[in-house]
Write a protein that binds this ligand. Structure first.
Ligand SMILES: NC(=O)c1ccc[n+]([C@@H]2O[C@H](COP(=O)([O-])OP(=O)(O)OC[C@H]3O[C@@H](n4cnc5c(N)ncnc54)[C@H](OP(=O)(O)O)[C@@H]3O)[C@@H](O)[C@H]2O)c1
Length: 272
């Protein structure tokens, strides 16, 4: 059970790479559709813009769950807390709902950044803390040294990537997984089986992929600039994939299609 399992927070709205009017328009549409969990990061450069939109809408501010992430370059003692304090000001929050470490700090040991994260929690800067892009070994190490429970390991998770090792580490450590690139940025649409399964349920291929993620016990993040797609991605709670559907989608994970490789993000660790 994670903070993301409460109510509508299972279905998060991601904000990368949105900025300016596009971000404001997308977030307003997402709120209207029903999204209450929003995902940003220091790296995205849009925390202040997100904070402004969330403050100006009629929905009470405490109805939202805002996740942000510390930039890997800020994971040193002199920059960590000032960067979190800047995020608080930009997001117009007294405490960040969920504060994640965005990436493991390159080849450096993970312990110092985890200690700083724990300090941010102790100082009341974050209600919940977690990590992102952690391997199974890092999850186990984090579990061993942290006094505060980790609310998430946010990782690339979609039907074209086998993440069974992370799922098993999640069960073992109690650190829940949350997804990004949940539609593999559109690559899933090249696999007709998702559409075929969707037709039987009156749902689209995207909705089937997202439902598969939720039924794996993983909470999801999606991003769209189109209200139609946002609404579809939110509308995934009224059907269930049976064991045969789940197995057919599991088979797609053999594609081993991964977006977050080291050639895309230099911080990417050696994945499991
Ligand atoms: N922790 C990390 O390191 C990390 C890394 C990457 C992303 N993230 C977070 O995760 C969020 C989601 O990931 P993502 O945006 O990279 O990948 P994604 O959700 O797999 O793909 C987003 C793309 O899919 C399209 N799309 C969305 N819904 C659709 C639908 N129902 N049908 C057809 N196309 C659809 C969108 O285009 P349209 O605008 O045309 O709908 C958009 O271009 C990000 O916004 C970010 O907040 C975190």
């Amino acid at each position: 059970m994670s903070v993301y399992d409460e109510g509508v927070f299972q279905r998060g709205f991601g904000t990368f790479p949105l900025r300016g009017d596009e971000l404001a328009g997308a977030v307003r549409s997402a709120i209207q559709i029903g999204y209450r969990a929003f995902d940003t990061a220091q790296w995205y450069g849009n925390e202040a813009e997100l904070g402004a939109v969330l403050s100006e809408v009629k929905v009470p501010r405490d109805a939202f769950l805002v996740t942000t992430k510390v930039h890997p370059e800020n994971m040193v003692a002199e920059r960590f807390m000032p960067s979190v304090e800047q995020s608080l000001r930009d997001l117009r929050l007294d405490a960040i709902d969920v504060l994640l470490l965005h990436w493991p700090p390159g080849n450096d040991p993970i312990e110092p950044s985890l200690e700083l994260l724990q300090k941010a929690h102790q100082l009341g800067h974050a209600r919940h803390v977690g990590v992102s892009n952690y391997t199974t070994a890092m999850m186990r190490r984090a579990k061993a040294i942290m006094d505060v429970p980790l609310a998430a390991n946010q990782v690339e998770f979609h039907p074209l990537l086998n993440q069974e090792k992370l799922l098993s580490a999640s069960r073992e450590t109690g650190i829940p997984l949350a997804s990004y690139c949940s539609l593999a940025r559109g690559e899933i649409f090249n696999y007709p089986v998702l559409k075929e399964i969707g037709t039987r349920h009156g749902k689209s291929a995207a909705q089937v992929a997202l439902r598969w993620i939720l039924q794996k016990g993983v909470t999801m993040n999606t991003m769209s600039t189109r209200p139609g797609n946002m609404a579809a991605n939110f509308d995934v709670m009224d059907f269930t994939l049976d064991a045969k559907d789940m197995q057919a989608i599991d088979a797609l994970t053999q594609a081993n299609y991964r977006i977050s490789n080291a050639d895309v993000v230099s911080y990417a660790p050696t994945w499991d």
